[in-house]
Design a protein around this ligand. Structure first.
Ligand code: CTP
Length: 402
């Protein structure tokens, strides 16, 4: 099982080393692990392995030139660099390592490397003396210091007949290395998470509703961060702003508190963690008019009824799920928030204070206090909501692991 590599978009950069003859097996192993592989070759690597073998096993055209001569198509290195979830340069020859370290850009592989925003792994392969040379070691260290991830060459018999360090790791070992490294950075791998976000709209008539100013930013940030940490995420959203979502997030759009409740019930049994960040309306109009209310009708009041408390209802159904709510308070903040933990049978609540500048609805920032049902609360400073999402998930994970 390779859950961390599953559905990952991988650029495999192949440079000119004899170890390139193993790359069709490497592509096969990556594809078997569930990855989508795009091969980019340096011109000299084509002397060691046929592009046709690589395009056959990757099921994609192989790129090696900025412009493909057959069809005059431009291979956009920037798009390629942005497309990838990770880039693996294997084998990384002494020449390519040195150019990567110096930002030389004289072939497509190097241009893609310089454009890549994703983690880059490199697996050196060369003869013993070349590998030992201080200039090569210096290039490797410089790449490591810039957060490129080194898959060290192994000791063994080299193509020259010499014995020593310089062999590229075997394809299966490289895939195991990637899987382990990626998993270590995905603490929520194997977790099913449900997140709610945004406001709810409670209709008065076909053109009017009762709603609130929630933008959905906090819930979306938590959902996106959870997905990037490996969780399978269902995001149940009210009518929020049009916000970006991570490919690992499944979006379920809802409108009213009742819709959101139905969607939550559908997915609740299956989830391990629920974070209820939605600003659910507490009241809805008792009657929804079928036609638009006219001015002449002289309506001076609207009768309201309470909406379902979604979190409280899920708290009653809870078996092994971890439930985390939000509390928006203006006074007696800590005690009110703690009261909600009990009332709704929660494991923790995240307190937002309307007294804090830059926190709460609409803002790109938030200031929270994480209050577990058991143990001490932790207050955080004002941060961007994407950073708050990291804090929230770290707190939840720490609480679960305790
Ligand atoms: N919540 C919910 N269903 C509702 C109202 C709130 O699921 N009908 C959830 C919110 O998503 C939040 C938590 O309950 O995670 C607390 O919401 P909050 O508005 O702070 O508190 P209320 O329970 O609505 O109480 P009050 O408005 O009186 O403070």
């Amino acid at each position: 099982m390779f859950p961390a590599l599953h559905a990952k978009k991988v650029i495999l950069g192949i440079s000119g080393s004899i170890a390139a003859y193993k790359t069709p097996l490497l592509v096969r192993a990556l594809v078997k692990a569930g990855a989508e592989v795009q091969v980019v070759m340096t011109p000299s690597s084509k002397s060691f392995v046929a592009p046709l073998s690589l395009s056959t096993v990757s099921n994609k055209a192989v790129y090696s030139e900025f412009v493909e001569s057959e069809d005059e198509l431009w291979n956009n290195h920037v798009d390629l660099g942005l497309w990838a979830d990770l880039m693996l340069i294997a084998p990384a020859s002494a020449n390519t390592l040195s150019k990567m370290a110096q930002a030389t850009c004289d072939n497509l592989l190097l241009a893609v490397y310089l454009s890549a925003k994703c983690p880059v792994y490199f697996a050196p392969a060369m003869d013993l003396d070349m590998h030992e040379h201080p200039a090569t070691q210096d290039a490797i260290q410089r790449l490591i210091s810039r957060n490129n991830i080194h898959i060290p060459a192994q000791e063994g018999e080299l193509a020259s007949g010499l014995q020593g360090v310089g062999r590229m790791q075997e394809p299966d070992q490289i895939v195991d290395f990637l899987e382990q490294d990626l998993s270590s950075k995905m603490p929520l791998l194997g977790t099913k998470m449900m997140v709610t976000a945004g406001p709810t709209y409670e209709p008065l008539d076909p053109v009017r509703y009762i709603g609130n100013y929630s933008s959905g930013k906090m819930g979306y940030a938590i959902a996106n961060e959870a997905a990037s940490q490996g969780a399978e995420v269902i995001l149940i959203s009210g009518p929020a702003d049009d916000l970006a979502i991570h490919p690992g997030v499944t979006l379920v759009q809802t409108k009213t508190a009742d819709d959101m409740h139905t969607a939550c019930l559908r997915h609740f049994e299956d989830c391990n963690i629920l974070v209820m960040a939605a600003a659910v309306a507490d009241y809805k109009p008792k009657h929804v008019e079928v036609s638009k209310i006219k001015k002449e009708e002289e309506i001076t009041s609207v009768e309201l009824v309470k909406t379902v408390d979604i979190l409280e209802s899920l708290g009653k159904k809870k078996t092994s799920q971890v439930l985390v709510g939000f509390a928006l308070e203006t006074d007696n903040e800590l005690s009110n928030a703690k009261e909600k933990i009990k009332k709704k049978n929660l494991d923790a609540i995240i307190l937002n204070s309307l007294a804090d500048k830059g926190a709460g609805f609409q803002h790109a920032t938030n200031k929270i206090t994480f209050i577990p049902a058991l143990g001490e609360h932790t207050a955080f400073t004002l941060k961007d909501k994407s950073e708050v999402a990291v804090d929230v998930l770290t707190q939840i994970k720490t609480m679960i692991d305790a």
